[in-house]
Design a protein around this ligand. Structure first.
Ligand code: CA
Ligand code: CA
Ligand code: CA
Length: 339
């Protein structure tokens, strides 16, 4: 290699070193905070789901959903997330897993970076236990929900079992395993303010014991020990609650308008029917009036006839009385002549 080519090679090496240095600086910058591009915006749960291990029709329709199927897994694994003022609701539908017996090893791992309180720093914040951030391990059956706090290191604190404020139920009633979880955002170690709509670091996995495989991950490729690789989970806050309330009011208003229209229609039909009835009654009254008029006329005629009869009878009586009087006078005259 001559001097010129050596110099050129050195320049190339320097350039490569510079590019590598810039790349590493960019890499460090991109891993601060949480994993870019992985964000869950938890919608407001207008109706709380029933935590029974079965995702029923309509129960999770308001939820944020994502396909969290792991690389190399055949069927879809779906994640559902939503919240209300108290609970973060999480459901997972794993079409690859059919058995969900107690102690079967099927497991949901839910990891969160929510310290310092009300913030998230992409790091295990504390050097001593308890940490207030780490992960829940959730298993089928009566196995209690567990919490493992994580501190800088990453080192684990003693497992808390059962941990308070976590409800879970898993089932294969649908033909494959479904997971339903409610996390109390005030009582459990995962604490958040749903008035503000807090954001915290979030990671989840689904473990299928039958196959010995992790069927689902979110975010794919995140490391449990490094919360800077987690995604962001942003809760619904006051704005979303007001929006949901306004939607409810709008629905209620439409319902009232619908009911009012129905009542108006029924009233109109009833009034129309009553008008027909009143017309029929009026016709009958008019007919009765006619009959009464005829009867009155008949009565008058009878009265007249009765009055005429009385008159005739009086005349006859008077005539007979007159005849009787004449007869008695004549009889008296005749009797006097004889004497
Ligand atoms: Ca359910
Ligand atoms: Ca933290
Ligand atoms: Ca916490």
């Amino acid at each position: 290699m001559n001097m010129i080519s050596k110099k050129f090679a050195l320049q190339k090496l320097s350039m490569l070193t510079l590019i590598l240095m810039i790349s590493s600086v960019c890499l460090v910058a991109s891993t601060e905070g949480h994993a870019p591009g992985f964000a869950i915006y938890s919608p407001w749960a207008t109706t709380a789901p029933t935590i029974d291990g079965t995702i029923t029709v309509g129960e999770w329709e308001n939820a944020w959903t994502a396909d969290i199927t792991n690389t190399g897994i055949l069927s879809n694994v779906t994640l559902y997330v939503m919240n209300d003022a108290r609970y973060l609701y999480i459901a997972v539908d794993d079409k690859n897993d059919t058995t969900c017996l107690p102690d079967s090893g099927a497991q949901l791992g839910i990891y969160f970076d929510d310290e310092p309180a009300g913030a998230h720093d992409g790091a295990w914040t504390y050097t001593e236990c308890p940490s207030g951030e780490g992960n829940f391990w959730l298993n089928p059956g009566t196995s209690p929900p567990e919490f493992s706090g994580i501190i800088q290191g990453a080192d684990r604190c003693s497992v808390v079992s059962p941990v308070s404020g976590v409800l879970k139920e898993f089932s294969n009633a649908s033909g494959h395993v479904q997971y339903e979880v409610a996390i109390d955002l005030d009582e459990s170690p995962l604490k958040a303010d749903t008035l503000k709509g807090d954001t915290f670091g979030f990671r989840i996995y689904v473990y299928n014991q039958d196959e010995g495989k992790f069927d689902g991950y979110w975010p794919l490729g995140a490391s449990w020990s490094d919360p800077s690789t987690y995604g962001n989970l942003t809760l619904s806050g006051l704005h979303e609650r007001l929006d949901a309330l306004l939607t409810d009011i709008e629905t209620l208003k439409n319902d009232i308008e619908g009911v009012s229209a129905t009542i108006a229609n029924v009233l109109e039909e009833t009034l129309s029917s009553m008008e027909s009835d009143v017309d029929a009654i009026n016709t009958k009254i008019a007919s009765m009036n006619g009959t009464l008029g005829t009867m009155e006329s008949d009565v008058e005629t009878i009265k007249d006839q009765t009055a005429l009869g009385a008159f005739n009878w009086n005349m006859i009586t008077m005539i007979f009385a007159l005849i009787a009087a004449i007869c008695s006078i004549a009889s008296l005259i005749l009797s006097r002549k004889k004497t």
